[in-house]
Design a protein around this ligand. Sequence first.
Ligand code: ARG
Ligand code: GLU
Length: 719
Amino acid sequence: MKAKGYILSLYLLSFSISIADEGMWLPQLLQITGVYQKMKDAGCKLTPEQIYSVNHSSLKDAIVLFGGGCTAEIVSEKGLIITNHHCGYSSIVNLSTVEKNYLKKGYWARKQEEELYCPNLTVSLVVRIEDVTNEVLKSTQNVTEKKQRDAIINENIQAIIKKATEGTHYNAIVKPFSYELQYFLIVYETFKDVRLVAAPPEHIGKFGGEDDNWMWPRHNADFTMFRIYVNKENKPAEYSPDNVPYKPKYVIPISLKGYKENDFTMVYGFPGRTQEYLSSYGVDVLMNDIDPRRVALRELKLKVLEKYMKQNEELNLKYANTYASIANYYKKWKGEMMGLKKFNAVERKRTFEKGLEEKLKFKNTALDSFNTVMKKFSEIYPSYQYYQMQADYFQECFMAIDAIKFIGNYVDFFTEYNRMKMGLSHQLDKLKSTLSASLPFQFYLPADKEIFIVLMNYYFENVKKKDRLPFLDSLYNQFNQDIQKMADYLYSNSLFLNTDKLRELLSTPNDQKIKDFESDVFYRLTQSIKLQFYSQILPHLKENDASITETQRMFVKLIIDYNKEKQYYPDANSTLRIAFGKVKPYEPRDGVKYGYFTTSQGILEKQNNNNPDYFIDDTLKTLFLKKDFGKYADKDGQLHIAFIASNHTTGGNSGSPVFNSKGELIGTNFDRCWEGTMSDIMYNPEICRNIVLDIRYTMFLLDKYAKCERIVQEIKKAE
Ligand code: ARG
Ligand code: GLU
């Protein structure tokens, strides 16, 4: 008995100490919230002003929101930035041709003139962040009608943005935090001339491919470098050959000194979305209903794609991007589901809720509020679950079939056409040219038909008759519940799968032709799918979402006010955050322990030149074999490739700088360990780890492999 008690208290102790690793903190509030003190206790040597300041230059002046959803950091006086290879992926692909395939061969600009402008790529610096909750909620106190309240809030937000940006070259947004409990104004400076400077070949940047994705141990150099260009006044400008490199307010120095177990680390970037404050109801639906369904549907599609991609190079290329993007979240959800189950997430949430209720026992108003919250959750979730199920089928089943997605564009086209009748407007012309550009098909009909069959089989096996789309169900019955037959008919008879007929339609659309196309069965099926989703599912889902947000807001308020032993942080919402933790190994399952870093030895172990995902070229291999690591070797004599730490991160943190205690760059964040991907819902310090590319491997590749002396020199080094 005694021994048991001892173990329990030890466990609780270790839990409460390491829980400090959880959290995505607001950099502008580090001091007020007391988070800074905890960072200091954990080993941080920076001052709050060095981390975030509006008056002086600080780390935040060297961290940018990259493209739509990654992070990058400034590492030279001439606006050089580092992000991930997978974040620069589409820019590299867009600049590549078969003759100049930078994805395959890599890209190293030897001179500044060789740096390549990337159309549509922007990066944004945060100028300042301000709490504007009172202004946003102004004049809403006595308004109970939701629509009216939303309209006032929207008007207030527009006014705040206008005031913040008027007469400047800045742009701004007002973001809700904590389910609209708080609002912050974020002012950005957005740069529009961003150029590619350096990218490793794909076999190095994405070494390990999809197998290694979300996994540890890891061995890919997930980095790309770009440069920010500005006009002569050092201000953002549209692309021009006259633009010059940006002179930043702050430059992050890199450190070649490495790290050891338990060293302090800090990740500073733009995490996208987490849901840490879901109730037991929310977690239950997510892990037992939503995740399994999405995983099952994606798995079916991936299996078919795999089969066809193996057939030949052309199919492999056609589906490479689709495959990678479906596989990424497929794997993430699978890990999340598994982790939540292993961690008894629903039980834990229930225990937490009971504990909260206990604390509110003699606090009447708060207890009433708690009871209302729980009652509301129990009422909303069944409805939410139903509409979310329908939405999942729309997204991951119907729209995952390329033919349906493709014909869906014609549903929009015909609707627009009929609305405008004969007068072909500018808009319609644009739609027409987009449709023409999609021919020949970007997908392969035999593969798509097989996807149709496996996904529809799943649908009919899992969706009860009363919940099925009526048009689809009657079609199913017309074909004697034989999906193969149904697919044979649709794929061989549809006018929409005949490129010549489509071209003819697009060249001279008229009422008669459109009528013929509109009576196509595949078209009618697609039309009913879209109609049902947009008119009968989406509005309810939005309503459910709004009620959940409102209830979560009350719930979070109770958590903030009464769950004092754990410090509250708002869920990620693509705004600038800080996560801090330690370099740490982990034990994913019984009997298995993972070390906290990998070395070039692991690349040699994984090498398999018959598999493009594990290919190593001779140049790299020779450097590894000769152990020609120069100053990039660790004290242990090895070349370290990647390391893991307990920083709480999520999608969007890709490319984020990972700092040591002195604010020097020791690596670039690029992934999370599979067993801990549940950290978006519930962080567990025992198994949640972020994966970081060691800056020394990046420098080694620039210097020894690519011989990019110019860039190596330019990057700022810590003293
Ligand atoms: N899992 C990482 C993230 O969520 C990397 C994805 C890109 N890499 C890949 N092998 N698909 O974005
Ligand atoms: N690869 C992710 C990204 O693109 C980061 C991994 C994660 O989700 O933590 O942001």
